[in-house]
Design a protein around this ligand. Structure first.
Ligand code: UT7
Length: 328
């Protein structure tokens, strides 16, 4: 069976209006701008308004992506929302979004792979479209990490922000679109980065609230080591699968968690920082939204031209990683 070529045919992004700066955080916990900038590269992050949930951020990004693809919501056949901060455990955020958009003909589900969720979702949609099961899909990485961040813990509260990035994927001419994916997981490292309570293992109770177990727990140093390692190995593997070398890549779009992780990866690959998208300074780590926010922003700024080869690579809770090479 001849597989269809699948690629990105529309893009959109959204970040909430409110900006939380390092100076604001200095008033909340024992930290300072110099520490945050030198250890992470982050200067500010956007925080959702109290009435905004993940589906609201996703909706804004989705509307823009549909417009850029020249499509209406009722033409959509599949919606995947990559998120670890769904509006509710169920219904899924994708179903809530399907209703908001009026995407009556779309199947809809959420995908949980933390910061790797967007690449996992694109790989999933690619499979559906390649085999002809669906013609198109709306893929959104959206997270409202501010809702699961402990703003009294300086180790984590400086790192995260809220946002959403969306793409429409569909059939593209041969030679364009996705060339390869590399997805992986190391479940043994799951305890290094997690939200302990609120699931079937540890349902919400007074004790879990008191124990702050509804907030992100992270062993930063261990996650850092994992990140630097898999950014390198996943990049090499996804290039090999695409039959490309690092010199063929016009733009790297890495997960925006920490500028030092991005710089270590670029050094390891011996590539100049100019070939890499960096916006962690403005948005901090937005989990599943991070890669699409960086990709869409780069496209909107004219940094990606038709025919360019782009490499996406991310890592996150699970532990997971995901990478893709695509021709724009
Ligand atoms: O999407 C995936 C999720 N996560 C990540 O990618 C994060 C990966 N990890 C990291 O980015 C880094 O490990 C961090 C940014 C989280 C931490 O940087 P680090 O260089 O590994 O610092 P550290 O944890 O070794 O802490 C160094 C010191 C500690 O003080 P002591 O124990 O040496 O006295 C911390 O208490 O820095 C202190 N510290 C802070 N000081 C001021 C930690 N957070 C802060 C803070 N302000 N916000």
């Amino acid at each position: 069976m001849k597989m269809r070529s699948v690629g990105i045919i529309g893009t959109g992004k959204y970040v909430p209006e409110r900006v939380l700066t390092n100076a604001d955080l200095e008033k909340m916990v024992d930290t300072n701008d110099e520490w945050i900038v030198s250890r992470t590269g982050i200067r500010e992050r956007h925080i959702a308004a109290p009435e905004q949930a993940t589906s609201d951020l996703a909706y804004e990004a989705a509307v823009r992506a549909l417009k850029s693809a020249g499509m209406t919501a009722d033409q959509l056949e599949l919606i995947i929302v990559a998120t670890i901060t769904p509006d509710t455990s169920f219904p899924s955020t994708a179903c809530i979004l399907q209703d908001k958009l009026g995407a009556k003909h779309a199947a809809a589900f959420d995908l949980s792979a933390a910061c790797s969720g967007f690449v996992y979702s694109m790989a999933t949609a690619n499979g559906f479209i390649q085999t002809g099961m669906y013609k198109n899909a709306l893929i959104i990485g959206a997270d409202t990490l501010s809702r699961i961040t402990d703003y009294t813990d300086r180790n984590t509260c400086v790192l995260f922000g809220d946002g959403a990035g969306a793409v429409i994927v569909g059939e593209v001419p041969e030679g364009r679109g996705f060339l390869s994916f590399d997805l992986g997981a190391e479940g043994a490292g799951g305890d290094l980065l997690k939200l302990a309570a609120g699931g079937s293992r540890l349902p919400a109770s007074e004790a879990t609230v008191e124990g702050k177990q509804h907030y992100i727990y992270m062993n930063g140093r261990e996650v850092f080591k994992f990140a630097v390692r898999v950014m390198g190995t996943a990049t090499e593997e996804v290039l090999r699968k695409a039959g490309k070398t690092k010199e063929d890549i016009d733009l790297f779009v890495p997960h925006q968690a920490n500028i030092r992780i991005i710089q270590s990866a670029m050094q390891r690959l011996d590539l100049p920082e100019e070939r890499c998208v960096i916006n962690v300074d403005k948005y901090a780590n937005t989990s599943a939204a991070s890669i699409p926010l960086a990709l869409v922003e780069a496209a909107e700024e004219g940094r990606i031209k038709e025919g360019d080869t782009v490499l996406l690579v991310g890592f996150g809770g699970g532990l997971t990683w995901g990478a893709s090479v695509l021709v724009w």
